[in-house]
Design a protein around this ligand. Structure first.
Ligand code: HEM
Length: 500
């Protein structure tokens, strides 16, 4: 009919009035005074011992594809979404300034504690509204343009080569890597993202790192900041009222980040002054020239926060799947033999254009173990989701990990089948496009996606081109969910040189 609302209409008066009321969304009942908070108190509530992913599973089993959690003291209501159609509705209607709550500790550090240093600017991760948009607009062009990442391809190749050299020295008599090999992935990822963010080679993979050296301090600080996010922002903490030990450790680590970034910004400033030609500079130089040292520092540190643990855990999980699925590994090895006849040649942009199976392996790894297991948007306006009227200021929790594990979308969901991602292929998936969204979506999508993908593509190509990778300690990847999915399996990969 001429007056029928468009299919995607979720905010018009017509759509809202036809929807079911908000309070009818299924979910655990909030009791007077104690609300639902008691369910998360140890020794009292049935949700207290669950991590985020376990909580999601439990809620979906108990209540279905949309679940409301209200009465959480000090927090706004949360609505969990377990179907991709609803996720799409929310992400396509999140307004001009998509709102994703960030760690309050980091925001406080930048806007209150070290206000003088940052002159009122606070970066991308923790800001909202026009403040977020203003900052993001400044950094989008230098960071998100495809050419921007390619500028670093040479450095990313060098870091991967160093990583391969390093692992050759770590193999035991059985050609196996040590059980704590995860820490080498961390070094690789700090080194790779620092080459972009700080425009320098820090030397994280060196054999003899001194405790007070920049790479060692930066890696320690990265570790501490993530540990403290969990303690300060994701578990009850008094840091807003008193200076707790975790808060003090956090401030020291944040200061280290800021100081190291400042050092390399000063070096870049000198470089700019001495340069005679005005060809296109690095991301750091461009931000420095166009926006000044505060913006350059905040973006560099945001890249370090966003780009260390994410990429290292992706590399580790991806290699695990490659090692435990020999058929896809051999298919990939064949593709790489064609694309890179000489394994010692660098991985060029041209090589990366001709490796669809390699890219499919990365997508499949992120589908099974998305390192960022879910996303969140706070509603900016009243809207209809899954037939219910959801008011403004509700956190919509978009659970792509569980959606990707749902047989309705991906048959044999825990099986590593890169063929799902070969477009037009016989096994291409038919799932909704929002059923696997590891980097988010829309104007607030991951700013480092191109760098992460490039780093991991280069590493995987070099690893599989040079080694046959085996794993003999179980076929199920172990991980721990905190604010990210952290790989915990002992990464004792066995590496056998491939014939050239
Ligand atoms: C495997 C690697 C990575 C994954 C899975 C990942 C995932 C994500 C996700 C899901 C978001 C939220 C997006 C949204 O709300 O729609 C995000 C945001 C962000 N990521 Fe990444 N990321 C990765 C690597 C990186 C790297 C290498 C950088 C460094 C450049 C980075 C920097 C950021 C920043 C700064 C944001 C906040 C953007 C904003 O709020 O405007 N990420 N990432």
């Amino acid at each position: 009919a001429a007056n029928a609302p468009p299919v995607d209409d979720v905010t018009s008066a017509h759509a809202l009035s036809a929807a079911k009321p908000y309070h009818e969304i299924p979910g655990p009942k909030a009791f007077p005074v104690v609300g639902n908070t008691w369910r998360f108190i140890k020794g009292m509530g049935n949700y207290a011992s669950l991590d985020f992913v376990q909580l999601q599973k439990q809620l979906r089993e108990e209540y279905g594809d949309i679940v409301r959690l209200s009465g959480m003291h000090g927090r706004c209501d949360q609505v969990f979404l377990f179907n991709p159609e609803s996720v799409e509705k929310v992400l396509r209607n999140d307004g001009r300034f998509p709102y994703r709550d960030g760690p309050g500790s980091m925001h406080y550090y930048r806007t209150v504690l070290r206000k003088d240093r940052f002159k009122g600017v606070a970066g991308t991760i923790t800001t909202q509204g026009e403040e977020w948009q203003k900052f993001r607009t400044k950094v989008n062009q230098p960071l998100m343009h495809p050419r921007s990442a390619l500028r670093y391809l040479g450095n990313i190749n060098d870091v991967a080569d160093e990583f391969l050299d390093k692992i050759r020295t770590l193999l035991d008599h059985n050609k196996e890597l040590p059980h704590d090999f995860m820490k080498e992935f961390h070094k690789w990822s700090v080194e790779s993202i620092a080459a972009v963010a700080l425009d320098t080679r820090l030397g994280c993979l060196a054999a003899d790192l001194r405790p007070g050296s920049d790479p060692q301090r930066l890696m320690d600080a990265a570790h501490t900041v993530f540990e403290c996010f969990v303690l300060l922002d994701f578990t009850p903490s008094l840091w807003r009222y008193v200076s707790t030990p975790a808060w003090r450790r956090f401030v020291r680590a944040m200061d280290t980040f800021t100081d190291i970034a400042e050092k390399y910004i000063q070096i870049a400033t000198q470089r700019i002054k001495q340069r005679s030609s005005d060809g296109e500079g690095s991301i750091l130089e461009r931000l420095l020239i166009a926006e000044g040292p505060e913006v350059a520092n905040l973006m560099a540190t945001d890249m370090l926060f966003g780009g260390v643990d994410t990429t290292s855990n992706l590399a580790a999980s991806l290699l695990f799947y490659i090692a435990t699925y020999p058929i896809p590994q051999e298919k990939l090895a064949k593709e790489l033999e064609m694309a890179l006849p000489n394994p010692r040649e660098p991985i060029s942009a041209h090589v990366l254009e001709g490796v669809p199976y390699l890219k499919a392996c990365i997508k499949e790894s992120l589908r099974i173990l998305p390192i960022v297991f879910g996303n969140v948007r706070r509603t900016q306006t009243e809207m209809v989701v899954d037939g219910y009227r959801v008011p403004k200021n509700v956190d919509m929790l978009l659970q792509h990990m569980l959606i990707s594990h749902d047989e309705r979308h991906f048959p044999r969901p825990l099986s590593f089948e890169p063929e799902r991602w070969l477009r037009g292929g016989a096994h291409a998936h038919t799932a909704h496009p929002f059923a696997s969204l590891p980097f988010g979506f829309g104007p607030r999508t991951c700013v480092g996606r191109r760098f992460a993908e490039m780093e991991v593509q280069v590493l995987l190509a070099k690893m599989v081109r040079n080694f046959k990778i085996e794993y003999h300690y179980g076929d199920k990847l172990q991980y721990q969910t905190t604010i990210l999915n952290n790989v915990t399996s002992p990464l004792k990969f066995r590496l056998l040189p491939r014939r050239k």
